[in-house]
Design a protein around this ligand. Structure first.
Ligand SMILES: CC/C=C\C/C=C\C/C=C\C/C=C/C(=O)SCCNC(=O)CCNC(=O)[C@H](O)C(C)(C)COP(=O)(O)OP(=O)(O)OC[C@H]1O[C@@H](n2cnc3c(N)ncnc32)[C@H](O)[C@@H]1OP(=O)(O)O
Length: 253
């Protein structure tokens, strides 16, 4: 992860090849978010070092034949990451310079503003298409971004939106021709708060988001248990094995 700081922290996800979210990356993100808060940055922009993938979502290897202690830590660290990002009092934006499926879409929708590169990229919560259920807080992040009806249809169909579709439904706010332009547009969004007192801004955001945050905070243990029960089901392990094989086969073509 690289952080450039000119008052606005640009945090670059840098875990080749596809920025899949494993325990180490999630821990690094949490430390970085804490630093951004401590350094009193004006705001934070999340982007990717990959030219084609913002993030491929959760690292499936963390869930396939998992070590019991590690997979639990993995999930709790993912919950922490979401609580810190969705609940950040400082302004957040995502410069989405590539595909953003599942957990990649979760990161983007946890931010306050999204600029995505024009091109053949897709973004969405595709969980149902994989035969799994997007956790409540994944669903809430989408519902917080696009109208409820479109969110329900997108979630139940596991829809991956093209850039044009994402713009039309409000899943992204703007498009950009390249990464530099996407970052500039995100900076412009964050600079809109230059004349707004930061305490009032931060508290307003937290009040606006508190219902959704509280849902996970009061249900963390049940949410973790639900995930662990699901991930340890033989049928889910079988699906993960097939999915990994499919991804591998595709990457070797
Ligand atoms: C499936 C989970 C089932 C049950 C778990 C139970 C509960 C789940 C709870 C929470 C919800 C889950 C949220 C998630 O985020 S699950 C992850 C969903 N992600 C995806 O479906 C994306 C999969 N990847 C892709 O579609 C493409 O890789 C992508 C479009 C992002 C990029 O394509 P590109 O052509 O650029 O790269 P590839 O050649 O496909 O991949 C390169 C390399 O990376 C490996 N890879 C890709 N994605 C993942 C991943 N998410 N985790 C681990 N590894 C991944 C891929 O296999 C290739 O590896 P290799 O062959 O070794 O080079």
């Amino acid at each position: 992860m690289a952080v450039d700081n000119d008052g606005i922290a640009v945090v670059t996800l840098q875990r080749p090849p596809v920025n899949s979210l494993n325990l180490d990356l999630l821990q690094a993100m949490n430390n970085t978010f804490d630093d951004v808060a401590k350094n009193k940055s004006k705001g934070m922009i999340l982007t990717s070092a990959s030219p084609t993938v913002f993030s491929a979502g959760l690292d499936i290897m963390e869930m396939y034949k998992p070590d019991p202690k590690r997979v639990e830590t993995f999930w709790v660290t993912l919950q922490d990451m979401w609580l810190k990002l969705f609940g950040a009092s400082f302004p957040t934006a995502a410069a989405i310079n590539g595909h953003a499926p599942a957990g990649g879409c979760l990161i983007a929708t946890s931010c306050e503003y999204r600029v995505m590169l024009s091109g053949k990229f897709t973004i969405g919560l595709n969980e149902t298409a994989l035969g799994i259920v997007a956790p409540t807080w994944f669903q809430d992040s989408l519902r917080h971004t696009i109208p409820t009806r479109q969110a329900e249809i997108a979630l139940t169909t596991g829809k991956m939106f093209t850039v044009d579709e994402a713009l039309k439904v409000g899943l992204i706010d703007e498009t950009a021709a390249d990464k530099a332009e996407a970052i500039e547009k995100c900076k412009k969004f964050i600079k809109r708060f230059d004349k707004i007192p930061s305490l009032a801004r931060g508290m307003t955001k937290q009040i606006f988001r508190q219902e959704v945050l509280k849902k996970l905070l009061t249900n963390r243990q049940a949410d973790t248990k639900q995930f662990l029960d699901l991930v340890n089901q033989p049928k889910v392990q079988q699906s993960l094995e097939l999915y990994l094989a499919m991804l591998k086969q595709k990457s070797q073509k």
